[in-house]
Design a protein. Structure first.
Length: 373
């Protein structure tokens, strides 16, 4: 029985398409079953070839990748890995239901190509195990935030989770937090595959008057700034890409910059972030473990840790240290995860106080904060 991951490559550049196909075909466990030169070609070939994963160029002539995904995924929940230049459209495509993305390399630079192909391979293999999340159209009946198909012990390939429609955030009907709680709490959040949209779901449901939040999302350099800007437009609190020395304060969420490790340290009466280039930790830079370990070691006030969807175990050990240091910890539950990896490991090693769905994490967090003395 052939258990290889069947991949269809969609890209309008013949040269780049051939490079993708050549690399992926050489990887154990992956089989390239064909290619498409544009979205229209892909729409014809997907029913015939029945791929397990699609790699998709976002910017293509005619029907672009975003509109293609909006048409494809509601009826064909196929895991899609975007191959994109540094462009805001990647977040629209992720919102439309793509699982993950890789940044197009400079093909003239060997190290850039090598890093790209290594990342692409990992993301294709991860996507094959992921659940596809699609946005519920505006005005559609409520789906009660439940899966449209019941996930098995391992997430079923091509299963679907319906996600509420996005829009500008509205102030949430949570009771106002006391000044003491706002000033005496730091919240750490970490996520990977599926995390760009999952983190948005949490943040947009929170009020602007919230304790300082520090976030590590696995994402390439350049995209983290655009991601922070996108969240800042949608969410009630201020969101920005962290810079070395930024002070953590209420009403602010700081996103770890791509290719830098972010830690929380004490500086006089304040807590600040240190953002520095560094080696990968737990396979990543930025690493959730680095952030969580620093909170556990350096933060003497109230702390909350949240671990969300993602492959592997980055953040699990750090979350355990946070819990052991007195933090309240939340893990995203299996049913709402695109990939139930990081939260599963964290739960299994005893790092999680409570699990909640992506849509309910904000309520669990606020209920906890209301009880903080």
């Amino acid at each position: 029985m052939n258990n290889n991951i069947k991949v269809l490559v969609v890209d309008d550049s013949s040269l780049f398409r051939q490079a993708l196909m050549h690399h992926l075909s050489a990887q154990p466990g992956i089989e390239v079953i064909g290619y498409a030169i544009n979205a229209y070609d892909a729409k014809q070939k997907i029913p015939q070839l029945k791929p397990d994963v699609l790699t998709l160029d976002v910017e293509m002539p005619g029907l672009n990748g975003i509109e293609f995904l909006k048409q494809l995924l509601p009826t064909t929940p196929l895991p899609v890995v975007l191959v994109s230049s540094l462009n805001l459209s990647v977040f629209d495509a992720l919102s439309a239901g793509a699982v993950d993305f890789v940044r197009k390399p400079d093909m003239s630079v060997h190290n850039s190509k090598q890093t790209f192909f290594e990342s692409l391979t990992v993301k294709v293999m991860t996507a094959a195990k992921a659940k596809v999340r699609i946005s519920q159209p505006v005005g559609a009946p409520a789906a009660n935030n439940t899966p449209l198909s019941t996930p098995s012990a391992a997430p079923a390939q091509g299963s679907v989770l319906q996600r509420p429609a996005q829009g500008t955030a509205r102030p949430m009907p949570f009771p106002a937090l006391s000044r003491n709680v706002l000033d005496s709490t730091i919240i750490g959040l970490g996520a990977s595959t599926g995390g760009t949209e999952a983190t948005l779901e949490v943040l947009k449901r929170l009020p602007g008057n919230i304790p300082g939040i520090v976030i590590t999302q696995h994402m390439p350099e350049g995209f983290t700034e655009m991601y922070a800007q996108r969240l800042n437009r949608i969410c009630n609190m201020e969101v920005r890409e962290a810079k070395n020395g930024d002070v953590i304060h209420p009403g602010l969420a700081l996103i770890a910059p791509g290719a830098k490790q972010m830690e929380v340290v004490r500086s006089g009466r304040n807590y600040i972030v240190q953002c520095r280039p560094g080696a990968k930790v737990s396979g990543h830079c930025p690493s959730v473990d680095v952030l969580f370990n620093s909170i556990a070691a350096n933060v003497a006030i109230n702390k909350v840790g949240i671990i969300m969807t993602g492959m592997g175990r980055d953040g699990a050990d750090g979350l355990l240290k946070m819990r052991q240091s007195g933090a309240f910890t939340i893990g995203q539950d299996k049913e709402s995860c695109v990939v139930y990896g990081m939260p599963m490991v964290a739960y299994n090693i005893g790092a999680v106080c409570t699990q909640a769905s992506c849509e309910n994490i904000s309520s669990v967090l606020m209920n906890h904060l209301k009880g903080v003395k």
